[in-house]
Design a protein around this ligand. Structure first.
Ligand code: VG1
Ligand code: CO
Length: 552
C-alpha cells in the first residue's frame, strides 16, 4: 500500500511561447549543457514530446532514473509530475534517483514497462557547467528506434504547451510507494534487480575464488553511477578488499572529472595498471555505466579486441556455455570479432554506430554478444551495453583460464592474428570546419578507388549504408569508409554525442598474422595509415590541431 498520498493534484496546462527546435532527428535522446536544460520549459518540452509519442503511456508503467549528475533529481520530479498528468499508471524510480543504463534496460524488461527515461549525458562531463541528457528507451529495454525518435522530433516542432500536475516532490531517500492522483510512484533500490540478474549469468563462487587468491583488482567508478553497484558487487558480494573500488561515491559533477573510461580521462587508473605492480586487473565504467575499459598489469585491452576475446571465451561463462547465436559489431569496430565468429561458424553482423541497431538482431535471437569500439560490450541479457557485465565476463574468464590478461591477449593474437586498431578524436573543433573537412572527403570518395593510401591500393571508398536484416529498413550516411586491398581500413565520422563544436573521429585498422609483428605499439603499427589519412583529409590544417584530443 502507498505510504503517502497527495490529495487530487490539479493538472496544469502550460503554454510555451518559444518553439522547441533543438532535438536532432535520429538520436535516441537529447544531450545538451546543464544550463540549456535549466532554461524555462526546455526539459518539460522534451518530456512532453516523449510522453505524447511513446506507445501505451495512458495506463502504462514507466521506468525513470539517472546517473546522479547535476539536474538528476529535479528532472525525476518533473517527469513524475508530467507522467501523472499524462495518465501513466505506475512510475518506477530508484533511491536517490540512481539507475545505470543497463539496470534501467533490465527493469523495463522485467517490469513489463512501456519504456524508460534515463537521465544521463553518458560519458560527457556533468555539473552546472557540464552536460545533461535525457535518453528514451522503448519496451524492449533498448534505445528508442529511429522511427520513434523521428516522431519525438516532429512533435517538438509543433509543441506549444505541456501538461504537469502540481504536487510536492517525492522523497527518493528510501524505497517506498506513493500516490500522485491515481498514479503509483514506486521508489525501489535500483541495484538489487541488476545484481540478481548478474548472479544468474555468472558463477559468483568461482569469481570470489579468484579475487580471494592473489589476484588484486581495482575498479574505478569515476564518481559516476556504477559506484554503488560496484561497492555492493565487488566488496559486499565478492569479498574484494574495500580499496578495490575507487571513486565509488556518485557526485553531481563527477568530482570535476570526465566520466569517460579511456586512457585519457581515466588516466589515474591506467597509470596504476600500466606502470604499477599492485593490481592484476583494472576496469572503469562511464557516467551511466554502459561502457567499460579493461586493463591488465602492463596491458590495455582495446575494446574491439575485448569483444573478440569475450566471443572466443564465452563458453566459459555459465549463461553462454551452450554457445552463441551470433555476434554483431558496429562498422567502425575492428574486424577482430569477425575472425573469431568465422572460426566458431556463427554469423557476424556489421551495424551502424549506436546500440539501437543491435536491438532487432537481439530481439530476433540472431545474436548473443555485440559491441562497439567505443568501450561498449553487451549481450542479450539486456538491450543496452553493460559495463559491469563486461567486467564480470573478464573476471569469469580469468578465473577459468588461470592466467593473466596479457597472456590472454598474446594467446588470442597468436591464434587469430592481430587487428591493430586506434581511434583518433579531435574534440570541440569548429563545427563549420569539421563539416567542410567531412564533405570534402565525401566528395573525393568516388575518385579514390584504385588510388594509393599508405602504400596500399584503395579497393572501395563509400559512405556506409545499412539495411537492417530483420525489418529491411535502410539507414544512410553512417560514416566514410576507405577500404584497402590488404584489409586495412580508415573510417571518418562526425560524433553525434558531443555538445561543444564538433568532434571528428578517425578510426584506423590494420591486420597482421606475422608472428614477429604481434606486439608492436598500435600507433607505430598504424603509422603510415595515420599519416596517409592526415594528408588526404588535410586534418591538421583544417582542425587547427597537431594532435588528436584523445587517442585510443
Ligand atoms: C559515441 C560512440 C558510440 C556510442 C555513443 C553512445 O557516439 O562513438 O559508439 O554508441 O557514443 O554511447 P558518437 O556519435 O559520439 O561517436 V553512450 O555511453 O552515450 O550511451
Ligand atoms: Co554511456
Amino acid at each position: 500500500m502507498p505510504t503517502s498520498a497527495e490529495s487530487k493534484p490539479s493538472i496544469q496546462t502550460i503554454a510555451i511561447n518559444t518553439p522547441f527546435t533543438d532535438q536532432k532527428p535520429g538520436t535516441s535522446g537529447l544531450r545538451k549543457s546543464s544550463k540549456q536544460f535549466e532554461s524555462s520549459h526546455y526539459l518539460e518540452s522534451f518530456i512532453e514530446a516523449i510522453l505524447k509519442t511513446l506507445t501505451g503511456v495512458q495506463g502504462g508503467t514507466l521506468i525513470v532514473g539517472g546517473d546522479g549528475r547535476y539536474g538528476n533529481n529535479r528532472a525525476i520530479d518533473v517527469i513524475i509530475r508530467m507522467a501523472a498528468a499524462h495518465g501513466v499508471r505506475k512510475l518506477i524510480t530508484t533511491t536517490n534517483g540512481i539507475l545505470s543504463t543497463p539496470a534501467a534496460s533490465h527493469l523495463i524488461r522485467s517490469r513489463d514497462a512501456i519504456g524508460g527515461i534515463i537521465l544521463s549525458a553518458s560519458h560527457n562531463s556533468g555539473g552546472p557547467d557540464g552536460d545533461f541528457g535525457v535518453k528514451v528507451n522503448g519496451s524492449n529495454g533498448g534505445p528508442a528506434s529511429e522511427s520513434v525518435t523521428n516522431e519525438i522530433f516532429s512533435y517538438t516542432q509543433t509543441l506549444n504547451q505541456y501538461k504537469i500536475v502540481n504536487a510536492s516532490a517525492i522523497s527518493l531517500t528510501s524505497p517506498g510507494q506513493h500516490l500522485i492522483g491515481e498514479m503509483i510512484v514506486e521508489v525501489i533500490d535500483g541495484i538489487d534487480d541488476y545484481l540478481a540478474l548478474m548472479q544468474k549469468i555468472f558463477d559468483f563462487e568461482k569469481i570470489r575464488g579468484l579475487l580471494n587468491k592473489d589476484f588484486p583488482i581495482v575498479f574505478d567508478a569515476l564518481h559516476a553511477v556504477t559506484g554503488p553497484y560496484a561497492r555492493r558487487l565487488f566488496i559486499d558480494i565478492l569479498n574484494a578488499p574495500s580499496g578495490s573500488v575507487r571513486n565509488g561515491i556518485p557526485l553531481e559533477d563527477f568530482g570535476g572529472g570526465h566520466p569517460d573510461p579511456n586512457l585519457t580521462y581515466a588516466s589515474k587508473l591506467a597509470d596504476l595498471l600500466l606502470n604499477g605492480k599492485d593490481y592484476c586487473f583494472g576496469a572503469a565504467c562511464d557516467g551511466d555505466g554502459d561502457r567499460n575499459m579493461i586493463l591488465g598489469q602492463g596491458c590495455f585491452v582495446n575494446p574491439s579486441d575485448s569483444l573478440a576475446v569475450l566471443t572466443a571465451n564465452a563458453h566459459l561463462v555459465p549463461a553462454y556455455a551452450d554457445g552463441l547465436l551470433g555476434v554483431a559489431r558496429s562498422m567502425p569496430t575492428s574486424s577482430a570479432v569477425d575472425a573469431v565468429a568465422k572460426d566458431l561458424g556463427i554469423d557476424c553482423f556489421e551495424t551502424p554506430t549506436g546500440w539501437k541497431f543491435f536491438g532487432n538482431l537481439l530481439d530476433a535471437n540472431r545474436i548473443t554478444l555485440c559491441g562497439e569500439e567505443s568501450f561498449g560490450t553487451g549481450s542479450s541479457h539486456v538491450r543496452e551495453k553493460d559495463g559491469l557485465w563486461a567486467v564480470l565476463c573478464w573476471l569469469q574468464i580469468l578465473a577459468e583460464r588461470k592466467c593473466t590478461v596479457s597472456e590472454i591477449m598474446t594467446n588470442h593474437w597468436s591464434r587469430f592474428g592481430r587487428h591493430y586498431y586506434s581511434r583518433h578524436d579531435y574534440e570541440a573543433i569548429d563545427a563549420n570546419a569539421a563539416q567542410a573537412l567531412y564533405s570534402r572527403i565525401e566528395t573525393l570518395l568516388p575518385r579514390l578507388k584504385g588510388e594509393k593510401l599508405a602504400g596500399n591500393t584503395i579497393k572501395q571508398a563509400d559512405n556506409f549504408c545499412y539495411q537492417d536484416p530483420i525489418d529491411g529498413s535502410i539507414t544512410k550516411n553512417q560514416g566514410l569508409r576507405i577500404l584497402l586491398e590488404d584489409t586495412s581500413r580508415v573510417i571518418i565520422r562526425l560524433s553525434g554525442t558531443g555538445t561543444k563544436g564538433a568532434t571528428l573521429r578517425v578510426y584506423l585498422e590494420k591486420y597482421t598474422n606475422n608472428k614477429d609483428e604481434l606486439s608492436l605499439d598500435s600507433q607505430v603499427a598504424l603509422k603510415s595509415l595515420i599519416k596517409g589519412i592526415n594528408v588526404l583529409g588535410e586534418i591538421h590544417e583544417r582542425t587547427g590541431m597537431n594532435q588528436p584530443t584523445v587517442i585510443t
